[in-house]
Ligand binder design. Sequence first.
Ligand SMILES: C[S@@+](CC[C@H](N)C(=O)[O-])C[C@H]1O[C@@H](n2cnc3c(N)ncnc32)[C@H](O)[C@@H]1O
Length: 188
Amino acid sequence: MIPDHEFIKNPSVPGPTAMEVRCLLMCLADPGKGDTAVDVGCGTGGVTLELSRRAGRVYAIDKSPDAISTTEMNLKKHGLGDNVTLICSDAVEALSEIDALDIAVIGGSGGRLGEILEMVTDKLTDGGRILITAILLETRCEAVKYLKELGFDVNITELSITRGRVLERGTMMVSKNPIAVVYTDNSD
Ligand SMILES: C[S@@+](CC[C@H](N)C(=O)[O-])C[C@H]1O[C@@H](n2cnc3c(N)ncnc32)[C@H](O)[C@@H]1O
């Protein structure tokens, strides 16, 4: 897993999804070389880079040109990107260009989560996985509601990450804001 401090940052782009959250996402998504994945709202590229290391093909979508160029710089920095297609567009328009998907990670939707989930579901292969990261309380509720309406069994895990900062006198524990992962449950 790439540490957060190894990403090139851009002040106008949200930082990478925390490493601990990326760990959970990769465990749940379980990407393999036969999989096609999409990262909706790629931002700094935190999730895109992890998918690029594991999946066969990755589409990274963001409506912000700054986010696309930051993701591109991070892919280059880490020697990745041969299997990544970067798309600078709103997700709803971009998804119409993609055929089949095994994995969809949604890290930003800009109020269009319902439409995005409908499009992703249309393209999802048998056994495909959808994962949504939610910082806002409202996004958690919307994600559960939309996925249920689309016929999925739904799971949600909230992570409260507290990291140790080693100081001269000892180690101070510093908490980050909680983040939830809402995901389709493929277990029987
Ligand atoms: C919190 S950031 C994602 C961070 C990313 N997962 C990472 O690890 O670097 C959310 C991103 O979603 C993008 N976004 C929001 N709504 C979008 C939409 N409808 N279509 C495309 N991108 C969108 C924003 O521009 C922003 O860069």
